[in-house]
Design a protein around this ligand. Structure first.
Ligand code: IMP
Ligand code: MG
Length: 184
């Protein structure tokens, strides 16, 4: 339930159906971390995309063996007059990424618009390399040529919550991933 002024809005959704349980998520984090550990031995800068990625970043970085700098960025993408869209930075990283290896960590890649713009922006700042790691991937929804370098779960086109992902700001705290259904 969220309160806006005097208005009280009840989130009329059902989140009973689990898509991915928490044990499977833990195994996924181990697997993704071991692939990253195999690819990098020198320092990397992890750029977590707020807010959704905070849970995955927290789990993932604790399994990484190379030196890791953790920073966060909050962005939103708008589809403007041209198809590339526009990126608005709400919170920038504090780290200078010039000549450094950057790993963007996202909760989910959906249309790919956000990551397409974010990756280009970090490359523009002179990063030596920019790779993308996502916990969940919905390829059916893609409208850009962005593909994650490290992908946890490929999932069908359903709206999910939990493990950091929200519906209207809610349900990020679930340790598993659940499907959102409208209550009738
Ligand atoms: P896109 O790839 O630019 O379309 O944006 C991806 C962003 O949309 C993610 O970082 C999430 O914040 C949000 N998003 C996409 N699909 C879902 C979902 O199923 N549940 C919750 N958030 C989602
Ligand atoms: Mg997001």
């Amino acid at each position: 339930m969220t309160e806006r002024g005097n208005e009280v809005t009840v989130l009329r959704v059902n989140t009973d159906e689990i898509m991915i349980d928490s044990d499977s998520i833990s195994k996924m984090v181990d697997e993704v971390a071991s692939r990253i550990n195999a690819d990098y031995s020198n320092e990397i800068v992890v750029v977590g995309v707020l807010t959704g990625a905070y849970v995955f970043v927290s789990d993932l970085v604790r399994k990484l063996k190379m030196p890791v700098i953790v920073d966060f960025m909050q962005v939103s993408s708008y589809v403007g007059e041209n198809s590339t869209g526009k990126l608005t930075i709400r919170k920038d990283i504090n780290t200078d990424i010039k000549d450094r290896d950057v790993l963007i960590v996202e909760d989910i890649v959906d249309t790919g618009r956000t990551l397409k713009l974010l990756k280009a922006m970090l490359e523009e700042r002179g990063a030596r390399s920019v790779k993308i790691c996502t916990a969940f991937n919905k390829p059916d929804r893609r409208v850009t040529d962005i593909e994650p370098d490290y992908n946890g779960f490929t999932i069908p086109d359903r709206f999910i919550v939990g493990y950091g992902l929200d519906y209207d700001g809610a349900f990020r705290q679930f340790p598993d991933v659940r499907i959102v259904k409208q209550e009738r």
